[in-house]
Design a protein around this ligand. Structure first.
Ligand SMILES: [Zn+2]
Length: 227
């Protein structure tokens, strides 16, 4: 008799770790599962992650940042480059925990003539020199297009991309062949409304996230009214 095939212990460990990280994201309220969600694209899905809530819990963010830093600890890093201001809190936590004591800078995203582009604030240009070792940090990687643009930018300056660290990555995404370390890798299916199995089961559609995007009011501080 032969023993049942055993799973590779490293794969089991990775699976367990990923479950823990997913649980942490759930506790921030950012991750919604077993739902029926309308996406801004018009498609439907059962899982959703609210980007803005991902780093609202300082101790969680520090812990997750430390895990990313530990993964890249064996490589010297001079600069942690956040893909944008949104991933800056996580980037700070990664840089703080990395043994090389790297500095932290961020890119900015924008559109020029309808084309997506990324740039670095001018003050950061002199910090990325030929030979500078750069670790890119992103919160959620969906298409990887921002990361690819940033990698091009870094390489144009003669600096070297050590890798990419992120909280969440869609499994199918490749980022310019660079090593990517993600705390969670999940590619949840999205459906056209007419092919959606959740619609077929008459599960109520959650339009909250799309509504919020369209009706986002600018937050402001109001002057207290005179009594
Ligand atoms: Zn549906």
């Amino acid at each position: 008799m032969t023993a049942p095939p055993r799973k590779d212990p490293a794969a089991v460990e990775a699976e367990v770790r990923e479950k823990i990280h997913l649980e942490i994201l759930k506790r921030t309220g950012a991750y919604h599962a077993n739902d029926h969600v309308l996406l801004p694209s018009g498609q439907h899905t059962s899982e959703y992650i609210e980007k803005t809530l991902v780093t609202t819990e300082p101790s969680f963010t520090e812990g997750l940042g430390a895990v990313i830093a530990k993964h890249f600890a064996q490589w010297p890093v001079d600069v942690v480059l956040s893909t944008g201001p949104g991933a800056l809190i996580l980037s700070h936590c990664v840089a703080r925990a990395h043994p090389s004591r790297p500095i932290v800078v961020y890119g900015t995203k924008g559109l020029t003539g309808g084309k997506r582009r990324v740039s670095l604030p001018a003050e950061f240009h002199r910090l990325l020199r030929p030979g500078t070792k750069v670790l890119l940090v992103e919160d959620l990687v969906s298409t990887g297009s921002t990361l690819s643009l940033l990698i091009d930018l870094v390489e144009q300056l003669g600096a070297h991309v050590v890798g990419v660290g992120c909280l969440w990555r869609r499994t199918s995404v490749d980022v310019g062949g660079k090593p990517v370390f993600s705390l969670v890798s999940r590619d949840f299916p999205t459906y056209d409304p007419e092919d959606c199995p959740l619609c077929r089961k008459s599960v109520p559609l959650n339009e909250e996230f799309v509504r919020r995007r369209h009706h986002r009011r600018p937050s402001s501080i109001q002057e207290p009214k005179e009594p």
